[in-house]
Write a protein that binds this ligand. Sequence first.
Ligand code: CIR
Length: 258
Amino acid sequence: MTNIPRFTRAIVRTPSQSMVDGLTSAALGKPDYENALKQHAEYIKALKTCALEVTVLPADELYPDSTFVEDVALLTPHCAIITNPGAPSRNGETDNIIPIVREFYEMVECIQSPGTVEAGDIMMVGSHYYIGLSERTNQNGADQMISILEKYGMSASIIHLSEVLHLKTGLSYLENNYLLACGEFLHKPEFHQYQILEVDNDEAYAANSIWINDTVLIPAGFPETRNLIKATGCEICEVDVSEFQKLDGGLSCLSLRF
Ligand code: CIR
């Protein structure tokens, strides 16, 4: 069993109007910008109810996917690591996050090309980090990430993905040894040590939920997963993020928590 983390802060970025042109494979139609803004405001409220102080960054119209701020940095208890997003249209998003991260971290490291990493591919379990190799995170990027984490006394290992966008699209660590998992992650030997909470394929989107200080934020509209998580005894907070689902974005992607 690992030490249970305590988060005090979060960083989010207001969705840009250009989000309607964000990357997607979802075939759920274009997001409604006004509704996305409302949902984003509710998301911020939910983070605050988990006792987080939230830094809200302005919209960045140059980058349609920049509201998915989780992908541009990994914020650990010992250092911040700026990633190098593998999606060409997202690659410059890191420029605008470095000065913000420097306000909170003395030690700031960067993943360098040809390495690519998007931190949606990284799941923290105590001081160990699972890194998904995906279409966005390559071996070189993962190797750099492992070296940096080890330099600061943490550890990491690699998980191969074949079906989903990011590692945490189908997987969320909910502390106390509970691992919420769906699809390709249900039977991976790397995760046998955890108590798997199996998310039905019909509710696959809810496999991206987030544990914050004993509350689990889950997307609204997934009753079976809600019951599954409720049975572990933690508080549940449902947040409607349907406009972000249209861009393949889940709850975790919308914030950096540290
Ligand atoms: C993308 O394809 O990059 C965005 N439309 C969605 C990013 C979701 N981020 C995440 O899963 N961490």
